[in-house]
Ligand binder design. Structure first.
Ligand code: SF4
Length: 454
């Protein structure tokens, strides 16, 4: 049967969508191969969050054109956010591309590929140049991302709970590429997580652009609990699931019932990735993020009250159009006051068709880079002591498999989302146990299972 090579760029959402596409090919008897040179079908799931991500996908697809020199039937396709935003333009730029499928068409990809393959193998399409461009909206498409690749044990799995976003952050292309918010029914998500638990999954990460607003258009508040809190509670009841994570929430609609859940649901991991983007109210307004830095801080402090060991990570943009030294200092002040455990710092990158790209006072790259390095240094001064303080402690981890860097070692995560590398037997994979921390590099912890020390 034909072999599919599927390359994914971008976020966890894209990884989850690619996994669904892979599963659909496997169900049709295809093999998903990591080796591009043996592919009959080449698919690139793309990201549009920054120009760099788009350029990488374009140059990779151009490079892979050579496969067709050996095998004329090779099918090429773009999926995901760039496919959604650029559509037919991609075929004009790269004429060997046969398929462009948008973010609401993942469930159609196998059918489209089979149509093209059949035409190519029967030489009906060789010179016809009719690529398939499918980027329309499709009702219920959010409900098609529900299966996982079977076989290997997935100790930790992503579960997509919604698609799209109705917020209109002025720097963000996601609402254009992922469409309006659409939530999956709670019962379907619970069934998916139960299937995963039966296959040995112990941790799930609930995915969405703004997860705390999950189901706000579709499902009622019950007993003062938002649909998101209802979902967390339902998943909490599933045997076999030991940890629940979610990403990404938004300060808007991050209500007391969600925070209180950290006090009632012990399986809820002690970590929240909570994008702040800026500490300046003036910049938050220009970003069209309708909350004040003070409110963001108050939510973080409330979460620490309810779950004292909670780790908070975030996203911050530096160099947003019009950002003054004073605005930037306000961002630094917020970083100090929250005491983030980790932060992804991004230099503002204008995205076409986004309002912020048209704003006056675009800053020079030099200033963006200076603030980027300066903020990373501040973050390092906050996080390094936290890591150092863990040396000599026993911390509970979920061991999720071999270390990515050294397959002879095991890797796991603490509830606070810190990576721990340890020596140990494969039998530990999927187990939760204490590890005695011996050392740290400032971003990774190293230790040995406490049971080994008994
Ligand atoms: S909340 Fe804002 S940044 Fe996040 S996906 Fe929606 S529009 Fe983009």
């Amino acid at each position: 049967m034909p072999k599919v090579y599927l390359k994914t760029y971008g976020c966890q959402m894209n990884e989850r969508d690619s996994e669904q596409v892979a599963r659909m090919f496997v169900d049709r008897g295809y093999t998903v191969t990591p080796r591009e040179e043996e592919a009959d079908v080449v698919l690139i799931n793309t990201c549009s969050v920054r120009d760099q991500a788009e350029q990488k996908a374009l140059s990779n697809m151009a490079r892979l054109r050579k496969l067709r020199d050996e095998r004329r039937h090779v099918v090429y396709g773009f999926l995901g956010c760039m496919a959604q935003s650029r559509g037919a333009e991609l075929v004009a730029e790269l004429p060997h591309v046969d398929l462009v499928a948008g973010t609401q068409k993942y469930h159609k990809v196998v059918d489209h590929v089979e149509t093209i393959l059949r035409a190519k193998l029967s030489r009906e399409m060789d010179d016809l140049r009719h690529p398939i461009i499918d980027t329309g909206e499709e009702a219920e498409s959010q409900n098609t991302i529900r299966d996982h690749v079977e076989g290997g044990r997935q100790v930790s799995a992503f579960v997509s709970i919604m698609q799209g976003c109705n917020m209109k952050c002025t720097f963000c292309i996601v609402p254009f590429t992922r469409g309006p918010e659409r939530a999956r029914p709670i019962a379907e998500i619970v069934a998916e997580v139960r299937r995963l638990a039966d296959q040995g999954t112990r941790e799930v990460t609930l995915l969405g652009q703004i997860v705390n607003l999950y189901g706000r258009h579709e499902f009622p508040v019950v007993d003062g609990k938002t649909p998101f809190t209802q979902l967390l509670e339902a998943i909490h009841e599933i045997d076999g699931i030991r940890r629940i994570r979610f990403t990404s929430p938004h300060p808007v609609g991050y209500k007391e019932d969600v925070i209180a859940a950290f006090g009632r649901l012990p399986k809820l991991a002690s970590h929240v990735h909570f994008p702040m983007q800026s500490g300046s109210d003036r910049i938050l307004k220009l970003m069209h993020r309708p909350y004040k830095a003070g409110k963001f801080l108050a939510i973080c402090e409330r979460m620490k009250e309810v779950r004292p060991d909670i780790a908070i990570s975030t996203d911050i943009i530096v160099g947003f159009p019009g950002e003054t030294e004073e605005d930037y200092e306000q961002t630094k002040e917020m970083v100090r006051r929250v005491g983030f455990d980790h932060a992804f710092v991004f230099r503002y990158s204008p995205r076409r068709d986004t309002p912020a790209a048209l704003l006056p006072d675009q800053l020079p790259e030099r200033v963006k880079e200076e603030r980027n390095q300066d903020l990373l240094a501040l973050l390092e001064s906050i996080t390094a002591p936290k890591f150092a303080a863990m040396v000599g402690q026993d911390v509970e981890i979920l061991c999720d498999g071999p270390s990515k860097r050294n397959p002879h070692r095991l890797s796991g995560r603490t509830s606070t989302n810190r990576i721990v590398i340890l020596e140990g037997n494969e039998r530990l994979i999927g187990e939760m146990f204490d590890v005695h921390i011996r050392e740290t590099t400032g971003h990774t912890l190293y230790g040995e299972p406490v049971l080994a020390m008994v």
